[in-house]
Design a protein around this ligand. Structure first.
Ligand SMILES: C[S@@+](CC[C@H](N)C(=O)[O-])C[C@H]1O[C@@H](n2cnc3c(N)ncnc32)[C@H](O)[C@@H]1O
Length: 224
């Protein structure tokens, strides 16, 4: 039930009260509450089906006094400052950014733990531009798949060089760092191939991605 991706998220939680936005099965709050790591969790989902399953799981584990369930989209079901940490995991980076930006001042009343499935660099950039600072980065691995998670909170941060938005410097000592670099190289090669095969290739865009690819190819343990 607790995959390495979910375990990575759980390991990043040090707060006692959390909300899990888009909880689906509610595995994250259930694990945290059953270990006694948190005092209270709010598990939300915008869809009734997943929330029903979450409710059944919470009941089955006897955690109904600790994990409450709420139906609603994004941060709508949560009040400002109602808990210390918001978790938004397992969704695309664009959707996570939209959920945060749609309720920006409310979002800034929490610490955030985010686990985007794609568009990680775009999400980091968007959050820094919205007035958040990234405080922690982590990686996990399932087979050949590598997953990112990061924590952020209200604050100022200088926008890093673009290659570090994709491959954060903090991850250079992580055991899955080289897998992350390889994944990004594969993604960029795919983008370049797609652009080159277009009917009217945009050569400035191709140059941009080739330049980024060159920088990321040098980002092995020695070439930071
Ligand atoms: C792929 S699951 C991820 C579940 C869990 N967070 C995880 O990391 O394993 C995405 C869940 O987010 C819910 N969801 C999608 N958009 C949402 C939104 N705007 N607000 C709340 N929940 C949303 C979906 O209904 C679904 O249950």
């Amino acid at each position: 039930m607790i995959t390495p991706r979910l375990q990575m998220i759980i390991d990043l939680v040090s707060e006692k009260t959390i909300a899990d936005i888009g909880t689906d099965h509610a595995y994250i709050p259930i694990k945290l509450a059953s270990m006694g790591q948190i005092e209270k969790a709010i598990a939300t989902d915008k869809n009734e089906g997943p929330l029903k399953i979450a409710e059944e799981n919470v009941f089955r584990y006897g955690l109904s006094d600790k994990v409450s369930l709420r139906l609603g989209s994004g941060l709508d079901p949560i009040n400002e400052g109602e808990c210390e940490l918001l978790i938004i995991a397992g969704m695309g980076g664009k959707l996570i950014g939209d959920i945060i930006e749609d309720n920006l001042s409310k979002s800034k009343s929490f610490k955030l733990l985010l686990q985007p499935m794609n568009a990680q660099a775009e999400l980091r950039k968007r959050l820094i531009n919205l007035g958040f600072k990234i405080t922690k980065e982590s990686l996990s691995c399932e087979g050949f798949k590598v997953y990112n998670a990061f924590c952020c909170e209200r604050g100022k941060q200088k926008l890093p060089e673009e290659k570090f938005l994709h491959i954060p410097l903090e991850l250079s000592c992580n055991k899955y760092y080289n897998m992350l670099v390889d994944k990004k190289i594969r993604e960029l090669n795919k983008i370049i191939k797609g652009l080159e095969n277009a009917k009217t290739p945009d050569y400035s865009e191709i140059d941009y991605y080739k330049n980024l690819l060159g920088k990321i190819e040098n980002m092995n343990q020695k070439g930071l």
